[in-house]
Design a protein around this ligand. Structure first.
Ligand SMILES: Nc1ncnc2c1ncn2[C@@H]1O[C@H](COP(=O)(O)OP(=O)(O)OP(=O)(O)O)[C@@H](O)[C@H]1O
Length: 252
């Protein structure tokens, strides 16, 4: 059996002010899976994600990424963990700060010591994966929001991550941008964990979903099944748009 991309065991965490955000979370995500992390506001989704690369730590439990345990005390391990866990934040402008798209995509791997033809190759591959190769020499601020989000994905892909974590990937995208990003994400050969309130997007992209509520995983299973469970959705403040059939994508 191959090593899972992500293994979380007994993860519990309270913020310094005493707010308990996670109460013993267990999750395993296999290599190449696409999984949606759903849950109401304040459920603990961001807190969970920030544990994947050691930004938050100090509570109970363990997180392993591709078999490597997140250990914030070990700087070398942490550097490797941060390469393995590629987080694409909601606002692409938090991730793009160089004069050109290519320099933004090169920034991460160059920091790891990748140089010359290999660096060039990584940049081109990552930009091609998100359909942005033609924009390589453009300043990111001249691109549309949807294009900037795709470049933000490329900056993470250039690190050759074990797991791509996307925070609200569909937010602020127009319908075409939303569909284009879905096609890109579906075509990537990478483990995907997608945090979202957009249930149709979860249904479209992720065969499996987790529902986190009150710091606990309350459901883990096929997305179409979870989203068809009206009582489950209601209990955790999740709502499908009127008329949306959660089984539609499962049938395709
Ligand atoms: N810095 C902080 N200090 C204290 N409590 C916090 C802090 N950040 C988050 N919390 C609390 O931790 C709990 C989980 O919050 P978290 O942001 O992880 O939820 P979330 O599921 O990501 O919510 P949303 O969908 O609104 O982004 C909430 O009760 C929140 O108020």
């Amino acid at each position: 059996m191959t090593t899972p991309s992500l293994e979380i065991r007994g993860l519990a965490y309270a913020y310094p002010d005493g707010t308990q955000a996670l109460y013993g979370v267990d999750v395993t995500i296999g290599r190449g899976e696409r999984v949606a992390l759903l849950g109401p506001n304040g459920a603990g989704k961001t807190t969970l994600v920030l544990h994947l690369n050691g930004i938050l730590h100090g509570g109970a439990g363990t997180v392993r990424v591709g078999g490597l345990t997140v250990d914030p005390a070990d700087r070398r391990t942490l550097q490797e963990i941060r390469r393995r866990v590629g987080i694409v934040f909601q606002d692409p402008d938090d991730q793009l700060f160089m004069p050109t798209v290519a320099e933004d995509v090169a920034f991460g791997p160059a920091n790891l010591g990748v140089r010359g033809a290999e660096l060039q190759d990584r940049v081109e591959r990552a930009l091609a994966q998100v359909g942005m190769l033609e924009a390589a020499d453009r300043p990111p601020q001249h691109l549309s929001f949807g294009q900037r989000r795709r470049v933000a994905v490329a900056t993470v892909l250039a690190m050759e991550p074990e797991i791509l974590v996307m925070d609200e990937p569909s937010s602020n995208l127009d319908p075409a941008g939303r569909r284009e990003l879905a096609e890109i994400l579906r075509g990537l050969e990478v483990t995907l964990l997608m945090v979202t309130h957009d249930l149709p997007y979860a249904a479209e992209l992720c065969p499996r979903s987790l529902i986190l509520s009150g710091g606990v995983i309350v459901a883990d299973g096929p997305t179409a099944e979870l989203l068809s469970d009206e009582a489950l959705l209601r209990a955790h403040r999740l709502e499908l748009p009127y008329g949306f059939d959660p089984a539609f994508f499962a049938r395709r």
